[in-house]
Design a protein around this ligand. Structure first.
Ligand SMILES: NC(=O)c1ccc[n+]([C@@H]2O[C@H](COP(=O)([O-])OP(=O)(O)OC[C@H]3O[C@@H](n4cnc5c(N)ncnc54)[C@H](OP(=O)(O)O)[C@@H]3O)[C@@H](O)[C@H]2O)c1
Length: 279
């Protein structure tokens, strides 16, 4: 199985376009299960991993650290913005118990997501996070320790509001690059349809948001959410339409990375198989 390759211009390297989103990975009690997912992604040829301090109750970076460590064969993107929550094993157990119930009903699943997103709004209109120089550097230091790396490839402002993306904030992220702790920086927003903002040279957003049309030819556009939304409307992928979604992504964003998440190795194999069809 071969995945179509895309050029990551800010990094000067090429990787398969399909990236793995670590939003549902959890360490500690779920480390073995989460590690299997990362290993499956690697076996399938995935080389781009998207993570954040807040993922997996604050433990997702530990999983990547455990499985991937300082390997330079993969691209690791982490973020600073949404704070790392205190780890609460009970949340993980509740999530695991609730998943089969949620999986049984798409509409119930969307309702839960809507309630959660209203409790913590996301995207460019979200609550403010601390983008001071100290907060950014402390967060990156912790991420690097948990990831067991000396640097990350991509360092993103996680769900900033437009006012956060100032020249000063850009300078703090650029300083991390200058100090060798990151290779490039940018911003990641959850919302679709937001116009890309000039901030570093990576822009990550929900599919099918606006494609980058700025002048910077070295801007890398990364998308997520293509299995959760169809034509801009919440609509989970099905086995039958995975292939269609992947073809649509290839047609509309042939030079971009697509981040997907999956809760089982079987699901991830299905997605990669559909993604490989256009290779
Ligand atoms: N602001 C940000 O930076 C931001 C925001 C959102 C997302 N992200 C990144 O993007 C990653 C992916 O985001 P996402 O999980 O929202 O979107 P996604 O990858 O588009 O959707 C994943 C969901 O689709 C389901 N799915 C896939 N194939 C399916 C099928 N054949 N049948 C039924 N369900 C199917 C998966 O179910 P199962 O769980 O059952 O496998 C999973 O719940 C995150 O992990 C994170 O890394 C970043």
């Amino acid at each position: 199985m071969t995945l179509r390759a895309v050029e990551l211009r800010p990094l000067g390297r090429t990787v398969p376009f399909l990236g793995f989103g670590c939003g549902t990975l959890s360490g500690r009690g779920s480390l073995a299960r989460s590690a299997r997912l990362v290993e499956t992604a690697l076996e399938l040829g995935v080389r781009y991993f998207d993570v954040a301090p807040s993922y997996g109750g604050g433990t997702a970076e530990e999983v990547l650290g455990h499985v991937i460590g300082d390997s330079q064969e993969v691209v690791i993107a982490t973020k600073h913005g949404i704070p790392r929550p205190p780890y609460r094993p009970i949340y993980e157990r509740v999530r695991r118990l609730a998943k089969p119930i949620l999986d049984g009903s798409q509409s119930f699943r969307h309702l839960v997501r809507r309630v959660r997103s209203q409790a913590r709004p996301s995207g460019l209109l979200a609550e403010r996070h601390d983008f001071s120089a100290t907060a950014i550097r402390q967060s990156l230091d912790t991420s690097l320790r948990l990831l067991r790396r000396s640097s990350v490839d991509v360092f993103l402002a996680h769900e900033p509001v437009p006012e956060d993306l100032t020249p000063e904030t850009a300078q703090h992220f650029a300083d991390a690059v200058k100090d060798g702790l990151a290779r490039c920086y940018g911003a990641a927003v959850g919302a679709m349809g937001e116009s890309p903002v000039v901030f570093g040279n990576v822009w990550q957003s929900g599919w099918p948001g606006c494609l980058w049309s700025g002048s910077g030819s070295d801007v890398m556009h990364v998308f997520h959410g293509a299995l959760r939304y169809r034509d801009g409307v919440p609509c989970l992928a099905t086995d039958a339409d995975l292939e269609w979604r992947m073809r649509q992504f290839a047609a509309l964003a042939p030079a971009s990375v697509l981040i997907v998440s999956a809760s089982t190795p079987h699901r991830l194999r299905q997605i990669a198989k559909a993604a490989a069809l256009d290779a």
